[in-house]
Design a binder for this molecule. Structure first.
Ligand code: EPZ
Length: 419
């Protein structure tokens, strides 16, 4: 029996919540543990399906990974495999991140092409081109990647676009290369910086993360460490938008506003009050200027849907332009079922504020689109039942729990045959 989220809207949010560890930081860090000999303790590791999938991959490779309270203990010393089965690869879209680390550790890797996802095709051509630049031989055959790298050699690798995953994959491979690698046009996301900080805590020599040029001095012997995963900036953005949507005054314990400045700037422009030591939202919203998603430090694509949901009742119209993924407006039709006024044309969506939203049975289409439905439901009159919440569980430890901590009426319920 699947579950759904029941959200009763119309209540202001009051309260505080601790922000979970970042999904998009812990997944590459779990791949990076393959490079370290010894015990790694990841503090603040979020309990997510992607983390469970990564644990299964690490165990399949012969490593130890187990929970100790809210820390995840990993020891990859006993690694004895360098191939990942198609079943395991398909469990998590971002499992391609293991390729660079396995190549650096073993000199060979065999894994299947990761699946696409609801956001559209998720190619890894930039990952493969960069690994070939470092000396890997990669044969693509029947949906599988057969990779050999007797010797990875450091050099400059220029990314055609600042891909987050490609930057991280190449950082991990470069740790096993001879000499220095420089990744140019690298992604600048905070999660890339967190990966650098983890690697250096293990004894690596990585610098420049957060800028467009990341430098890795390969050949270091990496050891275990204890490391706290950074807070999840998109979860923090979600809860700020939830309070903007419903009105209220909330405090996000552990959130770092510096990672969210484009989101807090948009909320302030919409008439919200956001202070650095507490995420307090205290005003009805105005529409904001065009919101154009871009690689960090531009407006994060992952926050597009939740900001859109927060602006559904604002005065005026807001133009969104989604420039990262091809198909990231799938939440729009569901929001329209709740009374939203949104027009989509290609990469552009125009949101015209309405006076009222109403409850409706709605269905998650993807991770952040699902979170947006909950954000909108907080402002809608009546009970909104959100189904297919498995998508939400990929990125939030327990969205209903965190929204309740902020005063919302949100609970998980078993889905019956009539929804
Ligand atoms: C990461 O995905 C995140 N996932 C995504 O978070 C996030 O939306 C995205 O970065 C952008 O910030 C993780 O970190 C696990 P990209 P990633 O490589 O690495 C194209 C969420 O909601 N591309 O920067 O896959 C690609 O198709 C998820 O938490 C190529 O063409 O993002 C996309 O259009 C969703 N070839 C664009 O680049 C490649 O080889 C951005 O992709 C790689 C990417």
């Amino acid at each position: 029996m699947s579950q759904l989220l029941s959200v009763r809207g119309g209540r202001r949010l009051e309260g505080e919540v601790t922000i979970q560890g970042a999904k998009n930081s812990v997944l590459p860090i779990l791949a990076a543990t393959l490079l370290a000999r010894g015990q790694v303790a990841l503090l603040g590791c979020p309990r997510l399906r992607g983390v469970d999938a990564s644990i299964r991959i690490l165990r399949h490779l012969g490593c130890d990974a187990h929970w100790e309270a809210d820390a995840l203990a990993v020891d990859t010393t006993a690694l004895r495999r360098c191939e990942i089965s198609d079943v395991l690869m398909r469990e998590m879209r971002s499992s391609a991140i293991f390729l660079g680390a396995i190549l650096a550790r073993c000199g060979q890797a065999d894994l299947s092409y990761p699946g696409g996802c609801e956001l559209g095709p998720r190619p890894i051509d930039l990952h493969l081109a960069g690994l070939r630049d470092l000396g890997a031989e990669i044969r693509e055959e029947g949906g599988f990647l057969h990779c050999r790298a007797d010797r990875l050699r450091g050099r400059e690798v220029v990314l055609r676009m600042p891909s987050v995953g490609a930057t991280e994959n190449l950082m991990l491979a470069a740790c096993g290369a001879e000499g220095v690698t420089v990744i140019s046009n690298a992604a600048r996301e905070p999660e890339v910086v967190d990966l650098q900080n983890f690697l250096n805590a293990c004894g690596a020599r990585v610098s420049g993360a957060g800028s467009s040029a990341v430098s890795i001095e390969g050949g270091q012997d990496l050891h275990g460490c204890t490391y706290r995963v950074m807070p999840d900036r998109i979860a923090a953005a979600t809860y700020l938008c939830a309070a903007a949507s419903a009105g209220g005054d909330i405090y996000l314990r552990g959130a770092e506003e510096g990672h969210l400045s484009t989101v807090t700037a948009a909320l302030r422009e919409a008439g919200c009050t956001v202070t650095a030591d507490s995420g307090g939202i205290r005003a009805r919203l105005r529409a904001v200027g065009p919101v154009q998603t871009a690689p960090y430090p531009g407006f994060p694509t992952d926050a597009q849907a939740v900001l859109m949901a927060a602006l559904l009742r604002s005065r005026g119209a807001t133009v969104f332009e989604e420039n990262i993924f091809e198909n990231r407006y799938r939440h729009v039709d569901e929001l329209i079922r709740m009374g939203a006024s949104i027009r989509v044309s290609g990469r552009v969506a125009v949101v015209t504020g309405v006076e009222r939203l109403h409850s409706a049975p709605v269905r998650c289409t993807d991770l952040r689109g699902g979170a947006a439905l909950c954000v909108a439901a907080l402002a809608a009159e009546g009970e909104t039942r959100v189904s297919q919440i498995c998508h939400i569980d990929r990125g939030y430890e327990d969205l209903a729990r965190d929204l309740r901590a902020l005063g919302a009426d949100a609970v998980r319920v078993e889905e019956t045959e009539n929804g």
